[in-house]
Design a protein around this ligand. Structure first.
Ligand code: ATP
Ligand code: MG
Length: 578
């Protein structure tokens, strides 16, 4: 491709709303184009890289025996009502009506659709196992679309669904997808780690997120350097502190004027935060959006509540709970803003962190303004409607597996695999007949890769101050031939020759034949991040060109044939990413 003919518009100015490198660079290179918030189009170079990632995904999926199909993004509400997700998915589901008033959504994911296909098409155990996938646009009306392709409202996802006779089969299918994902992200040049994850709105029994390391990532990961524990902080188990064997002391009400926070009350009474109980107050909403009762959650004063664990404990979707209006809640439950404790609270669901049951003589709010109670004990003074680990694993806390202090890091979730079990086959009635002609539920898994998010993650991990540094496997072109002076006939002839020979050898090559100053061409080549640059300039008359890899700083003068051979060699070594 000749750059002079290519439809490309690079930007000199960094767009205001772009905060992170990948977003800035994908816009500056003109690879993506914003339409409205969270909705992007792809220009020629951007689309080439998207297709490279798609091809890697296809190769690895096909290698595991998965079969590609293509479903519509338009999905009828009835299927989502059957699975229960028309409500559970909440405001992220992009809903629409047809001219007759029938409800539809634009698919954020396709469990319902694939389950529907399989319940119609599969009768016998002989047809299982089966793995179907597609690469297709997904729609999620995200509350905060940001970071360009990272969190957009329309994005490309590869989604796959496995169908097995039993859980042993699911384990095999899951492992195959786990391995395929490992290959995909390795081949895309990402530094990543699979970590144990929460199952979120998709549901099911087990899950891993594939997380590409990046400071700007929205996933927080807890990991251990002593064992192989790695989990999102949403999901990570927390070891309860060992139970205290102290004798229970009588409760004692103490005047604690103005001490609303744990910090203040602990300082005021000369206590460690570990000797206090922290209260968090919420209101629930029902399917129609009406208030549906209050929730009080209690954790030890030095702990943080984990919202994901709380909604899982309550068995409600994330969007069905919000912080309570304290005055309204006070009238109904006896809580008192800043002075709420489990003693004296009524008419609300009390969720107690499991650790509190073993602690003795803690200090909690008295449900009375300016008062706390000392020596509050679980079992004697209060109980919980739900007792569960609802706290967050913090950096330095003991690893839930081996006890060593855990570390935190951040990353970008580029893919996720789920063991769904019968979460969809049961409500939607997806059965097969076993060897004895008896109906059995199909056991499912589902597996997603954010193709466009992966593109952004690659840029996030591979760039410098001058621009992108594409790994060969996902680069829009492998080589750029920079013709310094297009009106110099010797230079032009040599550049054309290199361009032609590389193309003949199957190398994807760009020829910068634009009538621009050399400085502009070098800047653009660095910005675009093409892995190999061959510069045809002053030395051309003597048969010498300059060879440079984008990822290295040194340049080498080579013969024309030498540069062609070096380029073909490195492209062939690295193009598959294997
Ligand atoms: P997140 O927690 O980041 O919102 P998710 O867990 O809801 O993502 P999944 O349902 O697991 O996402 O979707 C599969 C993959 O699709 C994700 O691993 C991610 O790579 C990609 N993805 C999800 N939401 C978006 C989005 N808004 N923009 C771009 N890619 C996305
Ligand atoms: Mg996910």
């Amino acid at each position: 491709m000749r750059l002079s003919k290519m439809h490309i518009k690079t930007l000199r100015e960094v767009p205001n709303e772009a905060e992170i490198s990948s977003h800035i660079l994908l816009l500056r290179t003109g690879m993506i184009r914003k339409l409205v918030s969270g909705v992007y189009g792809f220009m020629p170079l951007g689309w080439r890289s998207v297709r490279k990632i798609e091809d890697i995904v296809r190769e690895e999926m096909d290698a595991k025996g998965a079969q590609e199909i293509h479903m519509s993004a338009v999905q009828p509400a009835e299927l989502w009502q059957e699975s229960g997700r028309w409500y559970a998915y909440g405001p992220e589901l992009w809903r629409l009506k047809d001219r007759n008033g029938r409800d539809f959504c634009l698919g954020p994911t396709h469990e319902e659709i694939f389950t529907d296909i399989i319940r119609n098409d599969v009768n016998s155990y002989r047809q299982l196992p089966l793995n179907l996938y597609q690469i297709q646009n997904k729609y999620r009306d995200e509350a905060r679309p940001r970071f360009g392709l990272m969190r957009s409202r329309e994005f490309i996802m590869k989604d796959a669904y496995s169908f097995d006779k039993d859980y042993e089969g699911l384990d095999i299918s899951y492992k195959e997808m786990y391995d395929a994902y490992t290959n995909v992200f390795n081949r895309c040049g990402l530094y990543f780690r699979p970590v144990a994850a929460d199952t979120g709105a998709i549901g099911g029994s087990g899950s891993h997120e594939f997380t590409a390391f990046a400071e700007v990532g929205e996933s927080e990961i807890a990991y251990c350097e002593h064992c192989d524990m790695a989990a999102t902080t949403e999901r990570a188990d927390v070891k309860d502190d060992p139970a205290d064997s102290a004798e229970m002391m009588p409760m004692e009400e103490v005047n604690t004027p103005g001490t609303k926070t744990i910090e203040e009350v602990a300082n005021f009474l000369g206590l460690d935060k570990k000797q206090t109980i922290k209260a968090l107050l919420f209101v629930k909403y029902d399917e129609l959006g009406n208030e549906d009762g209050y929730v009080a959650a209690f954790v030890r004063g030095d702990r943080e509540l984990n919202m994901i664990k709380l909604v899982n404990a309550l068995d409600i979707p994330e969007h069905a709970i919000a912080f309570a209006d304290e005055e309204k809640m006070a009238a109904a439950t006896g809580c008192v803003g800043g002075f709420t404790g489990p003693v004296g609270l009524h008419d609300c669901t009390i969720v107690v962190d499991s650790e509190l049951t073993g602690m003795r003589n803690l200090c909690a709010g008295a449900c009375k303004k300016d008062y706390h109670i000392k020596n509050v004990n679980y079992g004697r003074d209060y109980t919980g409607d739900i007792v569960r680990d609802i706290k967050t694993l913090k950096e330095g806390d003991p690893c839930p597996v081996c006890g060593a202090p855990v570390k935190h890091t951040r990353g970008i979730e580029v893919g996720q695999v789920f063991k769904l079990g019968t979460k969809y086959s049961e409500p939607m009635g997806a059965y097969y007949k076993d060897e004895n002609q008896e109906d059995q539920l199909i056991v499912m898994g589902c597996y997603g890769i954010g193709v466009t998010r992966t593109l952004a993650a690659v840029v996030e991990q591979h760039h410098d101050d001058n621009g992108i540094i594409w790994p060969m496997s996902v680069a829009p072109y492998h080589v750029i031939v920079t013709l310094v002076k297009p009106d110099d006939s010797v230079q032009a002839e040599i550049a054309e020759r290199i361009y032609g020979e590389l193309a003949k050898a199957g190398v994807e090559v760009l020829l910068d034949d634009r009538d621009e100053r050399p400085g502009v061409k070098f800047k653009d080549a660095d910005l675009l991040g093409i892995p190999v640059r061959i510069t045809v300039g002053r030395g051309a008359a003597e048969g010498s060109v300059e060879y440079k890899l984008r990822r290295e700083s040194e340049k080498t003068d080579m013969s024309i044939e030498g540069a062609i051979a070096a380029a073909i060699k490195i492209v062939n070594e690295e193009r598959s990413g294997r």
